[in-house]
Structures are given as C-alpha cells and as structure tokens.
Design a protein around this ligand. Structure first.
Ligand code: AOF
Ligand code: ZN
Length: 366
C-alpha cells in the first residue's frame, strides 16, 4: 500500500519536472508534492535557475499543513547555500515527518549530505522511488555537474537506407511532421544546438525552435575551423538566437571582426588545422552551456563520435529508400574493420511516430 502511494505521488512530481525541461539552464528539473492525511496540500517545480527550488514552492503552498506531512521530491533536497538557501534546512524547520526521494543529487556540494541532514533531525527518509525515470530525466544535469562538460545528444534524420539526402542533395523532408515536432521539442530541451560549417553552407538553416507551443531557442554553435561561414546566412544575419562559432588559430582575424560586427561570437579552440573538439566542449562547459543537440552533418557527427563526446544518440528513421552511390549518410569517419569494433547502443528505446521510427540509446565504444 505504501509503495503504491509513494509511486503515485512521485510520478506526479516527475511529470511536473518533465514539463520544465529546457527552462532551468544547467540546473536540474525537479518536482515536489506535499501530502498530509491522504490529501495533496502543496505542489511545486523548479522553473528557472536562480529562483526557488521545487520544495520551496510546494512548502509555501502547503503553509501550516507542512508540519507532519510526507514530502515527495524527485531529487535529493540540497544541503548547500547556492543561489538559494538549502532545502533540507527548510524541510527541517517546517517539521515534515517523512521525505521520499527518487534519486541522489550527484552535485558534489550535496551528494548524500542532504539525506544526512534530514536523518540527523529525525526525519524518515526513503530513497529510490522511480529512480531510473528520475535519473534519465536529469541525465544532462548529471553529466554536466560531475564532469563540467556538456551532455551531447546526437540527432539524425535518415531514410531506411541511412541517407540524409537524395543524390542531388534534396533533403526536405525526410521525417514526417510529427517527428519534426519532436525534433523542435528536443531543441527546446538543450542549451546549445551545434552543426558543422558544411551544413550551414549546404542548407542555410535557421536552427531555432519552432513548436506548436512557445519554446526556447538554444544558442546556435557552428564548428568552422577556417571561418568559411558565408556572411549572407541566417545564422549570421537573422538575430533570431545567439550564434557562436568555434574556430582555430588558423582563421583570419579580419574575418573574425566582420562576423563579430554582426553580433556573432567567435571562439578559438587550439592551433588547428581542425577544431579540437574536447577543448571546444570544455570551453562550452565553462560558458555554462550544459547540454548540446548535435544536428550534423556527417563529418562533424563522425568526428564527435570518434572523440567519444556523444552521450546519447537519437535517430529518426523514415520508411523511404533513396539509393545513390555517393549519397551521404549520418556518420562520416574512417570506420572500423571488424564488427567487434563497432560502436554499440546501450539501453535502447524504440518508438514509432506515425510512420517514422525513433531509436535512441547510449553509445558504448569497444
Ligand atoms: C533541490 N531542489 O528544486 C533543485 C535542486 O544555485 P542553486 O541554489 O539553484 O542550486 C543549484 C543546485 O541545487 C543544483 O546544482 C542541484 O545540486 C540542486 N538543485 N535541489 O533540492 C531543486 N533545483
Ligand atoms: Zn534545494
């Protein structure tokens, strides 16, 4: 009976956190439900970095009903003074009876200290209710807070035969409309969206979030070792979102100045000839970009895969076959000799979206 109760309220807390994905920056998404005598008396979610944590909103709503209540929270309550005071202190001063948590906070400033504080004050703590769902929900936060590197999701959209365009270069559209809506939701849920300069030259993309609901457009990042990006592209000129170019010392200073005059930020990541991708990722991490959606093309996808900088792969596949001998696929790199050396996907999830298929998983390198 208790187990059913715990999962019932925790899944509501997780639902709230899920809907807030994309709007908390490098912070986790967190939901909280306060329950007293069989009734919900407070609900809350963390909605924006620098503003109240989920527990604070839910406890404010509960008011005097918080005393003796059970508090469901999707992440271990914090124990540190960050941009806001520690939630564990607040739970203690409200005299709640029991705290049920989905997963531990991997932030080294918290990591278990939240539980210790609560237990030391006689509050009953239970951990691990719907833990897998909670960890999956905050996979970007977990990677960033433990490594300082952004979580990178590589998204591809291809035909059944693995092509990303026809032999003449036509690519509109491979995926169906529903899958494209999913892709825009993915953009909303990442802080950066990254492409190679070849993709900019070929497609002149806008790389903004265009959803049927309002959405946030991530910062647009172009990997361009020689600053070949044409000035006359949407990314340079439209001002619809910030644009950042990752380049090398080989790029001309004059070209950099022209780009900067359009408000584009240029960052040099090493001597060249290619952009050092690990350096690039740690510089983006330092700029508090904690998650990136990589949208190609094949060369950058291949290089990021080879550098082991991809955390999740998400592949949208349309039931079409276009053939062609030289027609590009989603990943261009040297390739392996033996099947044993293949990069594999772990924790595979498969979903159909109308007549399209979405396959996602975590890459593992041999
Ligand atoms: C919670 N509840 O709703 C959130 C938590 O800078 P601050 O003060 O917002 O602190 C951010 C850190 O607090 C973040 O890295 C994570 O460890 C924790 N987030 N904790 O108890 C919440 N958002
Ligand atoms: Zn907190």
């Amino acid at each position: 009976m208790e187990m059913m109760n715990d999962e019932f309220y925790m899944s509501l807390a997780l639902d709230m956190a899920e809907r807030a994905q994309g709007q908390t920056g490098i912070n986790p998404v967190v939901g909280c439900v306060v329950v007293k005598d069989g009734r919900m008396v407070g609900l809350g979610a963390h909605l924006k970095r620098g503003t109240g944590h989920a527990e604070v909103h839910a406890l404010n709503m509960a008011g005097s009903e918080a005393e003796g209540s059970t508090v469901y929270v999707t992440l271990e309550p914090c124990s540190h003074y960050g941009k806001t005071p520690p939630c564990s202190e607040r739970l203690i001063s409200e005299k709640v009876k029991r705290v049920v948590v989905a997963c531990e906070d991997p932030n080294p400033q918290v990591a278990g200290k939240g539980f210790d504080m609560l237990r030391r004050h006689g509050i009953e703590v239970k951990v691990g209710v719907l833990r897998d769902r909670a960890r999956r929900l905050n996979e970007k936060f977990i990677k960033y807070i433990t490594t300082g590197l952004p979580f990178v999701t590589l998204k591809t959209a291809s035909t059944l035969d693995g092509k990303i365009a026809t032999k003449s270069g036509d690519s509109k559209w491979i995926s169906n409309e529903q899958a494209r809506e999913h892709i825009h939701m993915l953009r909303h849920r990442h802080q950066g969206i990254m492409v190679g300069v070849e993709t900019v030259i070929a497609d002149n993309p806008e790389l903004t979030t265009r959803l049927s609901i309002d959405g946030i457009s991530p910062i647009r990042i172009v990997v361009d070792s020689k600053l070949r990006i044409p000035i006359d592209t949407k990314l340079v000129r439209d001002g619809n979102a910030k644009t950042l170019i990752l380049t090398t010392d080989e790029a001309e200073a004059e070209r950099e100045q022209v780009l900067e005059s359009y408000g584009v930020q240029v960052i040099r990541c090493g001597p060249g000839p290619r952009v050092d991708l690990l350096t690039a990722m740690s510089l983006l991490g330092e700029m508090e970009i904690g998650s990136i959606l990589l949208e190609g093309g094949g060369t950058l996808n291949g290089a990021m895969l080879e550098a082991k900088l991809i955390d999740r792969l998400l592949m949208f596949i349309a039931p079409k076959i276009v053939g062609g001998y030289e027609t590009p696929g989603s990943f261009r790199f040297e390739g392996v000799d033996r099947m044993n050396d293949a990069i594999q996907l772990n924790k595979l999830e498969v979903e159909t979206i109308g007549d399209n298929i979405c396959v996602t998983g975590l890459p593992v390198w041999p």
